[in-house]
Design a binder for this molecule. Structure first.
Ligand SMILES: Cc1cc2nc3c(=O)[nH]c(=O)nc-3n(C[C@H](O)[C@H](O)[C@H](O)COP(=O)(O)OP(=O)(O)OC[C@H]3O[C@@H](n4cnc5c(N)ncnc54)[C@H](O)[C@@H]3O)c2cc1C
Length: 379
């Protein structure tokens, strides 16, 4: 249950960081292993589960087993990522940490053509010079690659924890410096850009309603949960005659097909901005049964908003379009949010037979729901 906020602070005090630090402070190491965790160091180290060396799992019958890639529980080691607590609960996780320097120098490279953007991204990844790589797409003609490099010293450091907003700085600055801690949490203060939904980007609300201490994912999550419980936004949409669908997704598409995905997204979804993050070819990526990835560069596209339309659509219309496109392009989709896959397709994509045999071995009594029931049917 250790949060990345606490884990990262403890590591930084010793001159290191977890190899991959998901962007939200409240995410836990166990949760990121059971789901899929990513950040701008993923081009070098892969997803969070690629950085894990061993872990203990509490099974449904009370047993605790230690999983390593080379012991009798290797199948669970490779089957646990993306299982979302349906096989057992991770109690102790040993994961890689890597050394840091005190500062990160950022360069924001601007593009107006998606093909050039992804081609340059590929070149930068192959060159392997940057320590951190991610990107922000404000629309199909306004795209940025952000390269971060460790530095021993900095001529100045920017502060995006209160009055200034990080994502806006990307289009405004070509170069920037942050302390390593502020770099790792640069997206948390405004939950990328989603803080606009709770009015935290309005100058008055930001200063006087939120204040510095209440900006950040921890507080926004509470507000969003309250909103979905009481349905406040839904009521307003109904009054305005709008139909809405929550489109909160992270999808991983091979770099070679990334421009095609963006083209589809522009025509069919067009919720901006969009976060992109490259994922490197992890040595055992294909072995993770419930989230298999080929030995290749992938690009994660993250988009988290509500699609509002005047015309009505069947439930999950836009999410289903996205799922179909990702599969067509040879990609894979995270399951932390809404999913609409038919069962047979889901099982084909997320380790069907391997999952069934893990379930039979480690949760024969069905103490936990199945992955399809939990992630698609929301049992
Ligand atoms: C709103 C939102 C924003 C996100 N943003 C990011 C992001 O910026 N970067 C990123 O990398 N990822 C992000 N994710 C994905 C996130 O990494 C995964 O959903 C992860 O599983 C969340 O971990 P958590 O500790 O917050 O767990 P929770 O959200 O509390 O739980 C998520 C799931 O994992 C299971 N679980 C939790 N802990 C364990 C454990 N120890 N053992 C077994 N199962 C467990 C729970 O049963 C649950 O099904 C986001 C997810 C959401 C919902």
């Amino acid at each position: 249950m250790v949060t990345y906020e606490a884990l990262t602070a403890a590591c930084l005090a010793r001159g290191a960081m977890p190899a991959v630090v998901p962007q939200l402070k409240t995410i836990t190491l166990g949760g990121a292993l059971a789901g899929v965790g990513i950040e701008s160091s993923s081009h070098r180290y892969g997803l969070v589960h690629d950085t894990v060396l061993e872990f203990d799992v509490l099974l449904g019958d009370g047993r605790v087993v230690t999983c390593r890639p080379d012991n009798e529980h290797a199948a669970l080691f490779y089957g646990f990522p993306n299982s979302y607590g349906t096989l057992g609960y991770a109690l102790r996780v040993k994961a890689k940490a890597v050394p840091v320097k005190p500062y990160v120098r950022l360069q924001h490279l601007a593009f107006s053509d998606p093909k050039k953007f992804f081609s340059e991204l590929g070149k930068r990844l192959d060159a392997g010079e940057a320590d951190f790589v991610d990107g922000t797409i404000f629309n199909e003609n306004k795209l940025f690659i952000s390269l971060g490099t460790f530095a021993d010293s900095a001529p100045y450091t920017s502060d995006y924890t209160f009055e200034k907003i990080y994502y806006r700085s990307i289009a405004e600055k070509r170069e920037d410096y942050l302390t390593i801690s502020d770099y790792l949490w640069r997206w948390d203060t405004d939950w990328f850009w989603c803080s606009k939904n709770v009015l935290a980007q309005n100058g008055f609300c930001r200063r006087f309603v939120f204040g510095k201490d209440r900006l950040g994912s921890r507080h926004y999550t509470k507000i969003m949960r309250w909103n979905s419980r009481v349905g406040a936004t839904k009521k307003i949409e109904r009054l305005l005659g709008l139909h809405s669908e929550s489109v909160i997704q992270d999808v991983d598409v091979p770099l070679a097909r990334a421009a095609e995905f963006l083209d589809f997204y522009k025509d069919n979804v067009a919720l901006w901005p969009q976060w992109i993050c490259p994922i490197g070819a992890a040595a055992h990526g294909a072995s993770f049964a419930l989230y298999p990835m080929r030995h290749d560069w992938y690009v994660n596209f993250g988009f988290w908003d509500v699609k509002r339309t005047r015309e009505a659509h069947p439930a999950g219309h836009f999410n289903r379009l996205i799922e179909n496109k990702v599969v067509e392009l040879g990609g894979i989709k995270s399951l932390y949010s809404d999913s609409y896959f038919p069962r047979a397709e889901f099982e084909r994509l997320y380790g069907g037979e391997a999952y069934k045999s893990l379930k039979a071995k480690y949760d024969p009594g069905g103490a936990f729901p199945g992955l399809y029931e939990k992630c698609v049917l929301r049992a």
